[in-house]
Write a protein that binds this ligand. Sequence first.
Ligand code: PGA
Length: 242
Amino acid sequence: MQLKIYKDYHSLSEAAATEIIELVKNKPDAVLCLASGDTPRLTCKLFAEKAIKEKIDLSNVTFIGLDEWVGIPPENEGSCHYFFQHEVLTPLHFSADQVHLFDAISENQEEECRKMDNIIFEKGGIDLMIVGIGMNGHIGFNEPGVSFDKHSHVIDLDDTTLSVGQKYFKTAVSLLKGITLGLHHLRESKKVLLLANGAKKAGVIQKTVEGEITLSFPASIMQKHSNGFVMIDEEAAGLIEK
Ligand code: PGA
């Protein structure tokens, strides 16, 4: 794992967006997994702007969504589906057959997990995974205590995720479970970028890069990734021993 510190949120997002652009230029049939949330929002926007400006052909790229709130329909503005659709998929004209998002209102969530695992396997694995980090150290919905060996799974959401998660919704929703790619997917991804910005993430970033590698703090698995990058702004780097 390598740590990269940027001056501010914008330069961090520029760097992450450039990573995506370089990948799809070099590998037009790349498998790209993105996270939703406040942190990757600007990365997604800049990626879309750059791809349009540079007229990059994305028609062979496969897009994988990291996770979803179980029971929340895609038209809800707080869903991950809605985020991906508005920030990336519609502006870049991705066709439905290129895009794989968990169907969080399917009655068979187990089948959703196996479908996602098979797609990733058949496509030859994820080339680039870009994730955020939760205030409890989660990645996607890999909550504290989850095994590092899981592929896609459904999980009871941690109390921190349940309360912080309301920020994405205009009106309060009942959240209980999440469906998510697992940390085994992260470990197998050819490259992983974990992004964080702002002073409120300084504590979790310090634990991610300097803490013990432990199931109780899922993001600590980043330390083991040989092509993993923790990309943060100066505020999020505030508690790291320098
Ligand atoms: P955020 O979410 O980017 O909205 O802070 C991060 C996460 O919970 O993974």
